[in-house]
Design a protein around this ligand. Structure first.
Ligand code: HH2
Length: 276
């Protein structure tokens, strides 16, 4: 596993897990849909998460919740770029959650330090967009598309299948000249996975270090936590923290979360114990 994450002008130590705070500039995200849909609200939310201790901010203009419809490039651009303009140049790197190569180019030109692609740079031109800059990239696994991914997903061996996919994607990205310190892998909790698949991925999360990339986990507020606790999305903060701590102990070095302050405190306890 790399010792640090290189993203744009930033080099972040991976001695302790990093917190990526999520800001969805969308009317329809499952976790916070509509709350931060204006530029002003999204920028204010990002600044709040930075004050709470986020190490990276992830902004996205397209919901990928199960059943979501995609948005046009123009609409996604209109949502994301004005927020990025205000946040880029600050003390914390900004990641842009997009699958669209055109927006990757524009985001990098506007100052994004990382591209978070749930499509793992499979779109034509996506790999070239990353190779041309010095940003980090997150390669995520998903099975199917957000429109159909939760319709009876099946695997023979979910960990082996996801690991093989991510290994192949890391190889392709490395072959394009991108250093391991710039590559993040994510098994994609909830993206074409039933509860038992998500649990098995979490149990064996440490195996994703075999890719040689930095491991990220995004479990915050997700429906797997609702299935386990019986709680609605707005009441999953305690379960989210439990999942984040488990992921950290299993080897995740970036935790993608909505509740930064609460997760920060929980991680401080884990870090204190592990320092001994
Ligand atoms: N989860 C979501 C979106 N992007 N990216 C990565 N790398 N890993 C994840 O687990 C992940 C992701 C879904 O969460 P959210 O952004 O809160 O919801 P929505 O897609 O509805 O906007």
């Amino acid at each position: 596993m790399p010792r640090s994450l290189r993203c744009g002008k930033f080099t972040l130590s991976l001695a302790h897990p990093l917190l990526m705070g999520v800001v969805n500039i969308t009317p329809d995200s499952f976790s916070d849909g509509g709350e931060f849909a204006t530029t002003q609200a999204a920028v204010a939310r990002a600044r709040q998460l930075i004050a709470e201790g986020a190490d990276i901010i992830d902004i996205g203009g397209e919901s990928t919740r199960p059943g979501a419809d995609g948005v046009t490039l123009d609409e996604e651009r209109r949502r994301v770029l004005p927020v990025l303009e205000q946040l880029a140049g600050g003390a914390v790197p900004v990641s842009v959650d997009t699958q669209k190569p055109e927006l990757m180019h524009e985001a990098i030109a506007t100052g994004a330090a990382m591209i978070n692609d749930i499509h793992a740079l499979l779109a034509p031109g996506a790999l070239a967009a990353i190779a041309a800059g010095n940003v980090a990239v997150c390669l995520m696994h998903k099975k199917g598309t957000p429109a159909d991914m939760q319709v009876d997903p099946r695997y023979d061996d979910v960990v082996a299948e996801v690991l093989a996919f991510l290994n192949e994607r890391v190889r392709a990205v490395r072959a394009a000249g991108i250093a391991a310190e710039r590559i993040v892998v994510d098994p994609g909790f909830g993206f074409g996975k039933a509860l038992e698949h998500n649990l098995e991925l979490l149990r064996q999360l440490g195996r994703f270090n075999e890719t040689g990339a930095v491991v990220m986990a995004g479990i915050s507020r997700k429906s797997m936590l609702g299935r386990i606790t019986g709680r609605d999305v707005g009441e999953r903060v305690h379960a989210s923290i439990a999942a984040a701590l488990i992921a950290a102990q299993k080897g995740a070095r970036i935790l993608r979360v909505h509740d930064v302050a609460a997760t920060r405190d929980a991680l401080a306890v884990l870090n204190a114990v592990q320092a001994d």
